[in-house]
Design a protein around this ligand. Structure first.
Ligand SMILES: Nc1ncnc2c1ncn2[C@@H]1O[C@H](COP(=O)(O)OP(=O)(O)O)[C@@H](O)[C@H]1O
Ligand SMILES: [Mg+2]
Length: 311
């Protein structure tokens, strides 16, 4: 089942006197997000990611196109009730404690008082803030505030979680903690829609991604599809190969001499890898390492954003 489906979704903001200034934030964006996946919407600042999520949650109205959330047109109150949302740059009153913050949002969510307290405590434990429940949040680091934000987004046991730049400004350990929480949620069956300009973050946990630039979708697909799927194996050996050996291994392989003492052989397929290793071993050559090298998401992202055309 698709949890989010958009068709040629577009948004132009009009502002200024007489609404003369217009900014096109989204152009003809069509995507489908499947239940149970972590979907990463990637793009530089100003690409239109926040606008996209705000339209899905009917905080902002689209100018054109259509969007469905959990099988219903956006704006449906029932569907919205099954969503959790961690907005970007959220601010909570600094004089509240972590628990009070969640109780405040619990009230907004219509949770009963007793139930709200249990739920809040349980969520604080889940996000690793149990010891900090009664501390004022002005003492909290950015990472802790984001984890509190995640707890807030989970108050209504959502089926879908929208996270807007959840790890922006969070230190590496805090980022890892957040990623682990997202994966635990995914294991529990929560679908996650993740907005981010931090490619490597998204690359580590997403099942599928979309690349957005200047409001246009440049690519949508699994990580491998978006990366271009080029994988090579690199075999590093001690010493140099003779011209005969190079000929035997074959012209398909690439030989890169790293320095006087080591040679790196780059092969494309698994079959080639095994054949080459067998040959090297039969010649008594010392293999120092074998590694798989994929083109990174960053490589394809930069390629797409600098010269890509919309899908
Ligand atoms: N309320 C608004 N009024 C006018 N322009 C806006 C508004 N919100 C966003 N924009 C513009 O729309 C574009 C996309 O913004 P946004 O969706 O926030 O991108 P992202 O989240 O990818 O950084 C930007 O050019 C931004 O300046
Ligand atoms: Mg944004």
């Amino acid at each position: 089942m698709a949890i989010v489906e958009t068709y040629q979704l577009s948004k132009t903001y009009k502002s200024g006197y007489f609404k003369k200034t217009s900014v096109t934030a989204l152009v003809d964006a069509s995507i489908e997000v499947r239940a149970g996946e972590i979907f990463g919407l990637l793009g530089p600042n100003g690409a239109g990611k926040t606008t996209f999520v705000k339209i899905l949650l009917s905080i902002v109205r689209s100018t054109n196109g259509s969007a469905q959330l959990l099988g219903k047109p956006v704006g449906d109150v029932q569907s919205r009730a099954h969503c959790g949302y961690l907005p970007e740059n959220h601010r909570y009153p600094a004089f509240l404690t972590a628990l009070e913050t969640l109780l405040f949002f619990g009230k907004l969510n219509g949770l009963q008082k007793k139930g709200a307290k249990d739920k809040a405590r349980q969520l604080l434990e889940f996000v690793g803030l149990k010891e900090w429940s009664d501390r004022k949040i002005q003492k909290f680091s950015k990472g802790m505030l984001q984890r509190l934000g995640l707890a807030q987004a989970l108050l209504n046991d959502p089926e879908v979680l929208f996270l807007d730049e959840p790890t922006d400004g969070v230190d590496p350990i805090g980022r890892k903690e957040m990623r682990d929480l997202f994966l635990r949620l995914k294991n529990d069956g929560v679908s996650i829609f993740l907005n981010s300009h931090l490619l490597s973050e998204v690359e580590m946990i997403s099942d599928r991604v979309a690349i957005l630039n200047k409001g246009a979708l440049l690519k949508v697909g699994t990580l491998d599809e978006v990366r271009g799927g080029t994988t090579v194996h690199r075999i590093q050996i001690a010493g140099l190969l003779s011209p005969e050996q190079i000929k035997t291994i074959g012209l398909e392989s690439q030989f890169l001499q790293s320095d006087e003492t080591t040679t790196t052989i780059s092969v494309k397929t698994d079959a080639e890898l095994n054949r080459t290793i067998d040959l090297l071993r039969s010649w008594g050559i010392m293999i120092k390492s074998v590694a798989q090298q994929k083109s990174s998401l960053e490589d394809s992202f930069i390629k797409l954003v600098t010269n890509g055309n919309p899908v």
